[in-house]
Design a protein around this ligand. Structure first.
Ligand code: CU
Ligand code: CU
Length: 288
């Protein structure tokens, strides 16, 4: 039986407690920091050499889909009733309401150093010390809305404009692709500074603190954000049933992207799976 991923605002008090407790237990077991390490290791940009499996590439969506499933399985080994909730940032835009409440992820960082001091993931609890990071910070930090230089969460119409593109991804298959659902959702736009961050990227910028870099997994909102993005892929597939993951075939000789992106039937590292095998997960989970 497929399980259901729910909107975080609809979780009951007991569902919230079980989700938080499962995260804390996965962290206590040392498994959580391995997820942070994997994400740091796969934070390759298109300015660097080598294969891009996770970001600035077609497999952005299947890579994170599998990454979320691995974390969700770790949570479900602790408590089989838990599923990953999602945060709909087109609707839930307050910095004091869910998911930023003391019974979920805790609130904004304090003014002086952006350290999160409320909720289950505050450094002071002793249960959420950052062990894998791209800085030497040990405490979770946030700067919701970037008060000193405010940015807004993406709007519903901005998300819809990504969903309306029937083509999954397009050449040059990187952060400069101007056509295709994948980059419109991942959100590498044109222009400079805040106008260039769309959808997925804009939300990372809006949360700020640890969500800004390769170690963004240190903030548990990472999973709620990416669950919502995964839900958008699921919605896109249902809106454009004759379209699929692209590219279907690896780029040919002489193509700059040869060996740098993962085609539909190629293996997606660090797993032994193809993007094709991750296109339909309806037997594992659905969204409500
Ligand atoms: Cu990522
Ligand atoms: Cu992300």
């Amino acid at each position: 039986m497929a399980y259901t991923r729910k909107n975080v605002t609809t979780l009951t008090a007991s569902e919230r407690r079980r989700f938080v407790n499962a995260l804390l237990e996965v962290k206590r077991r040392g498994e959580y920091d391995a997820f942070v390490r994997t994400h740091v290791d796969y934070y390759t940009s298109d300015g660097e050499k080598g294969l891009r499996a996770a970001h600035m590439c077609p497999s952005f969506l299947p890579w994170h889909r599998r990454f979320l499933l691995d974390l969700e399985n770790a949570l479900r080994r602790v408590d089989s009733s838990v599923t990953l909730p999602y945060w709909d940032w087109t609707r839930d835009r307050s910095i004091t309401a869910a998911p930023w409440t003391a019974d979920l992820l805790g609130g904004n960082g304090r003014r002086s150093d952006r350290q999160v001091t409320t909720g289950p993931f505050a450094y002071g609890t002793g249960h959420w010390t950052l062990k894998v990071n791209v800085t030497d910070g040990k405490a979770l930090t946030r700067d919701l809305g970037r008060a000193a230089n405010p940015i807004q969460l993406p709007t519903r119409s901005e998300l819809q404009s990504a969903l309306d593109d029937p083509v999954y991804d397009a050449s040059p298959w990187d952060s400069t692709a101007t056509r295709g659902f994948r980059n419109k959702l991942e959100g590498w736009g044109t222009g400079s500074g805040s106008v260039s961050w769309r959808n997925h990227n804009r939300v990372h910028r809006w949360v700020g603190g640890d969500m800004l870099g390769g170690a963004s997994v240190n903030d548990p909102v990472f999973w709620l954000h990416h669950a919502f993005l995964d839900y958008q892929w699921y919605r896109w597939q249902r809106a454009h049933t004759s379209h699929r993951y692209l590219p279907a075939n690896p780029p040919g000789a002489g193509d700059k992207q040869q060996g740098r992106i993962v085609a539909r039937l190629q293996k997606l590292p660090p797993w032994n799976v193809t993007p094709e095998s991750l296109e339909d997960v309806s037997r594992i989970y659905t969204y409500a």
